[in-house]
Design a protein around this ligand. Structure first.
Ligand code: BGC
Length: 407
């Protein structure tokens, strides 16, 4: 390290750490989780300025980020993930946090696939907090028991169970009509019905043949079936309000990533007793890793804040407490899962199996698989289909065209 760089770090270390954090963790479970980080930050003498931007999936947060960066006033730390990290790095606005990563040996405690998402041109440019799994089905245990329904293990079983609930006056599927939630359902059906190879061809490699295939038509047909299982008030509903419908027994199922478990747990519910979790039918695991990137700033206090935040995010105790609240599992492989529940144990085992079997796949709906333009093109078609009478034939053609035009 040069003398100048050494002096800068020493100067930053002496300053009082300041951080302004842009994130979209505003639901009950999410707020409890981020509070853990705020508390650790202030215990270490830092001042945290919170910039929460409500809106599940983070679309509104990303719009707010763009506005802040364009006005030359980027927040110091931002919840950012997947290829968006590299996209922002290419804009020349992200800080290199390799000094913290190397001092703390991140490379030795992160799975390679996760570490790769945190690197930009070989440098560390983001810090991961967790691994969320997207392909889950959640259910109210009592609602299922009263209906004499087992947790479904195929889509035929799911459809039959949903029809039964509908007949009993229970909303079968709690869903919020927002583009990212439609996209979440869609990618789960793509993986679950089509299998890992199909998911990879269609939503990672964007193979036009896969996008237009009969398999993709079957996916859109299942989406049409699912549309029939949501209630009339679904439009615009936030995901956590959909989870609340399952918690209070108004609805039977929700198909959502395991941030939904954060809501069940925050409501005092126990897995296996009050609610059930099952991975969606079939093989594979859709991962969604939350992480934070630091935007380039000047000022020793801000630089010290970024370094402290990066250090805390990857701290083993923080990763345990945070993920117990958040519904995810730690990104670090050396954190014991002893205090975690059965859903987390399933997640961890199936993640390891999928990694071995080549079916550990990035979530497109949560920004892990594709760049913004391609992901947006797919989501537009998915949501247009879900909210209209569009046929599966028309949908696959539109999908292939939209993807081609986005390249
Ligand atoms: C994020 C989660 C968050 C969820 C709902 C996902 O994209 O990865 O951390 O809880 O959106 O807002």
């Amino acid at each position: 390290m040069s003398l100048v760089a050494g002096a800068l770090i020493a100067g930053a270390a002496a300053a009082e750490p300041q951080v302004e954090v842009l994130h979209w963790w505003t639901s009950g479970g999410e707020a409890k989780s981020v509070a853990v980080l705020q508390q650790e930050f202030s215990e270490r003498g830092g001042t945290w300025t919170d910039m929460p931007v409500a809106g599940g999936g983070g679309d509104a947060a990303m719009t707010a980020l763009r506005a802040r960066v364009l006005s030359g006033n980027a927040p110091t730390a931002v919840q950012l993930k997947g290829p968006a990290i590299q996209e922002w790095y290419e804009e020349g606005v992200l800080s290199d946090i390799s000094d913290v990563a190397e001092a703390q040996g991140w490379a030795g405690v992160l799975p390679e696939a996760i570490a790769a998402h945190m690197k930009c041109d070989g440098a560390w440019c983001a810090a991961p907090v967790n691994v969320h799994r997207v392909d889950w089905i959640w259910a109210n245990a009592k609602v299922l028991e009263d209906a004499g329904i087992e947790m479904p293990t195929t889509w035929d079983e799911f459809n039959a169970a949903a029809e039964k609930l509908q007949g009993m006056g229970v909303v079968p599927l709690a869903h919020g009509g927002q583009a990212w939630q439609d996209a979440t359902l869609f990618e789960v059906v793509v993986l679950s019905l089509g299998g890992p190879e199909f998911y990879r061809s269609a939503l990672v490699d964007l193979d036009p043949e896969a996008l237009k295939s009969d398999q993709m038509k079957a996916v859109f047909e299942q989406m049409r079936t699912l549309r029939g299982f949501v209630d009339d008030n679904f439009s615009g509903r936030e995901w956590n309000l959909a989870t609340a419908m399952v918690i209070n027994g108004e609805a039977g199922f929700q198909i959502m990533g395991d941030w939904a478990k954060g809501e069940f747990v925050a409501a005092g519910k126990t897995p296996g007793e009050d609610f059930l979790c099952a991975s969606a039918p079939g093989a594979g695991f859709l991962y969604n890793v939350d992480s934070f990137a630091m935007f380039e700033v000047s000022g020793d206090d801000k630089i010290a804040g970024q370094k402290l935040l990066a250090e805390l995010i990857m701290g083993p105790t923080f990763q345990e407490t945070f993920n117990l609240n958040k519904g995810s599992i730690p990104a670090r492989t050396d954190v014991s899962l002893e205090k975690f529940d059965s859903c987390a144990a399933t997640s961890s085992q199936e993640m390891a199996q999928s990694a071995e079997g080549g079916s550990l796949l990035p979530s497109y709906a949560h920004g892990m698989a594709l760049r913004g333009a391609q992901a947006g093109a797919i989501t537009d078609v998915v949501t247009a289909h879900f909210n209209s009478e569009m046929s599966a034939d028309e949908a696959v053609q539109m999908l292939a065209d939209a993807v081609a035009n986005s390249m």
